[in-house]
Design a binder for this molecule. Structure first.
Ligand code: GUN
Ligand code: FE
Length: 450
């Protein structure tokens, strides 16, 4: 009964679709026909030989069906569950220190520059365009403590057609860079102003996310206020947890009344089914159980974890605990803004764990493909609207041309679609990403006139 004759069809594609579902990390759908309605949702997906029947039922002309080129395929858009838009200005540099020193030396002085709206506009435009070019259809962004600058990031994501959660960073503790912090009351007021203003603008794809930087940057008073704001408005929450052992030890020292790092967030209403916590490398089993019980999720940021020598997340263990998990670039702790890199580093980390323990069961490329798409979408609690090509979901997708002219991959005629997918994930780059759609609309960098 998907056949509602009054639905208008905006686009119809014919070709190969590759995605994940609950049963299979990779499902290859060959010679399919997929229709997108005028709201950007997937109206139907059927076999190509049914095109006559489908065109009658849905009222599109067969001559309007767009055929994918040979070997091209659609896959779901990549979901970056953790990226610092403000740190994009120094991505690819400054990875020679452990986390806490790195924050004090590089990160806080750079983030302080975003008081300047012209500077913000320049960097935020570049990061949104760059990530879209690399197939990121959804990004969960940290900005800075500055409300107006952070609103600009929301405006730019909306303008370029990227789905985004955008967070004004909250911090009222900063011993290293004194100018880069707020009082608890100002941070609370500005968070309320940020949320009110962003919601007032009614962007279709951009939502606010309550963003305490991490426990070490916040007083319990501020954590308390932010938990209240999130609870009273049913908002998303993001932060960092257990990225390095030094950080975990300091949290235990500074928050002696709490059972664990996770307990600090839990007790302040910051661990919910709309929470995503970055890193989580050093969680105990009982902390993972709290994630499972609350429905909070983890953003695995393997490039950052290796680049800052923070730790190696055991993804297999997280999945065994039934905790939701997605991948993140963590720009600029991670030096690459591309989710294809996050996929590769996640596989590398899994293999490094096997080098340490030959019994370890490494992740497969199929599993990591799911984490980068459906897993990320579920980790961000986006109401099951995205992540794969199920009828009724928004069409968030990238068109891959694995053998694009001047691209990085050579063709061998005996390879099947699944092998070609593996090659794209391991070897591909933005030269292979021909088009990017978010909610059925082609993102701005892929529109002809731009
Ligand atoms: N922990 C607190 N802030 C940050 C940050 O900006 N980057 C990373 N990687 N970890 C953090
Ligand atoms: Fe981070």
């Amino acid at each position: 009964s998907s056949n509602d004759a009054l639905v208008d069809i905006a686009r119809v594609f014919r070709g190969t679709f590759v995605h994940s579902n609950e049963n299979a990390p990779v499902e290859v759908l060959e010679d399919r026909i997929l229709g997108i309605d005028t709201e950007g949702r997937i109206a139907f997906i059927g076999r190509a030989e049914e095109v006559g029947k489908l065109s009658q039922a849905w009222g599109f002309r067969i001559s309007d069906v767009k055929h994918l080129g040979a070997h091209q395929f659609f896959m779901p858009g990549l979901v970056d569950t953790h990226i610092h838009a403000s740190q994009y200005s120094y991505t690819g540099t400054a990875l020679d220190m452990p986390l806490l020193q790195w924050l004090n030396t590089y990160t806080f002085p750079v983030e302080a520059k975003y008081k300047d709206l012209d500077f913000s506009q320049d960097v935020y435009t570049k990061v949104v365009k760059r990530t879209l070019k690399n197939g990121t259809t959804t990004a969960c962004y940290f900005a800075t403590i500055y409300t107006d600058s952070t609103l600009l990031l929301g405006e730019i994501a909306d303008k370029y057609g990227q789905r985004a959660l955008v967070g004004k960073v909250c911090m009222d503790v900063n011993k290293a860079v004194d100018c880069y912090k707020e009082t608890a009351d100002l941070s609370t007021d500005e968070t309320n102003r940020f949320i009110g203003e962003l919601l007032k603008r009614k962007y279709a794809l951009v939502k606010p996310v309550v963003t305490p930087r991490f426990a070490l940057s916040c007083t319990t008073k501020l954590l308390d206020h932010l938990g209240e704001i999130a609870k009273n408005n049913d908002l998303h929450i993001q932060s960092h947890i257990s990225e390095t052992k030094a950080e975990v030890n300091l949290v235990h020292e500074l928050f002696p009344d709490y059972k664990s790092y996770t307990d600090v967030y839990l007790k302040h209403n910051l661990l919910t089914n709309k929470t995503v916590m970055a890193h989580a490398c050093h969680l105990t089993d009982s902390e993972l159980k709290l994630f499972r019980d609350t429905g909070a999720s983890i953003s695995h940021c393997p490039n950052s974890n290796i680049s800052l020598c923070s730790g190696m997340l055991d993804v297999r263990r997280v999945l065994k605990h039934n905790v939701k998990l997605g991948l993140g670039t963590d720009v600029a702790g991670g030096y690459s803004p591309s989710m294809l890199d996050a996929i590769r580093r996640a596989l590398d980390t899994s293999k490094a764990l096997k080098i340490q323990d030959p019994e370890y069961k490494t992740l497969t490329f199929e599993e990591v493909f799911r984490l980068a798409t459906l897993g990320g979408s579920q980790a961000l609690s986006l109401d099951d609207r995205t992540g794969n090509f199920e009828v009724g979901k928004d069409f968030d997708a990238i068109l891959v041309d694995p053998f694009a002219a001047d691209g990085p991959i050579d063709m061998f005629p005996y390879e099947n679609t699944k092998v070609i997918l593996e090659k794209f994930l391991n070897l591909g780059d933005d030269r292979n990403i021909m088009e990017v759609y978010v909610a059925g609309r082609k993102a701005i960098p892929f529109q002809e006139s731009v």
